[in-house]
Design a protein around this ligand. Structure first.
Ligand SMILES: [Zn+2]
Length: 126
């Protein structure tokens, strides 16, 4: 696939924008002409949360699954299959803490790893 086709496909991807109050998801383009867009819920008017292209929105009355999605969103997790997520998304809210711990470890930068090594070596030196 050449770059122009890739860009065209990429610009056509719609992301899931969730309203946690209404427990609904809407598909919108995140960027048009280089400008990042925000959207409001057509039902309640609240600002929608960009959850990425790969969210499988729970059914409106599946409160447990919506609680899980909200917890993930509060911890900065968006549903990108290619992002720094540690693997499959948690199936239930009980799996969320382990998922977040693994994600934090995976997202550590080289500088943070070096800082931790220095801290650990100073602890041993004393
Ligand atoms: Zn709403």
């Amino acid at each position: 696939m050449n770059y122009r086709k890739f860009q065209t496909r990429r610009s056509n991807i719609k992301f899931h924008y969730a309203c946690f109050a209404c427990r609904k998801s809407f598909k919108h383009k995140p960027v048009i002409d280089g400008e990042t867009l925000t959207y409001n819920c057509p039902d309640c008017g609240a600002e929608l949360c960009n959850m990425g292209p790969d969210l499988k929105a729970p059914k409106k009355h599946d409160f447990k699954q919506w609680k899980k999605v909200i917890l993930l969103a509060k911890n900065g997790v968006c549903f990108y299959s290619y992002s720094g997520n540690p693997g499959p998304f948690p199936k239930n809210i009980g799996e969320v803490p382990r998922f977040l711990d693994e994600r934090r470890l995976k997202l550590r930068t080289g500088g943070k790893i070096l800082l931790d090594k220095i801290k650990n070596s100073q602890c041993r030196a004393r």
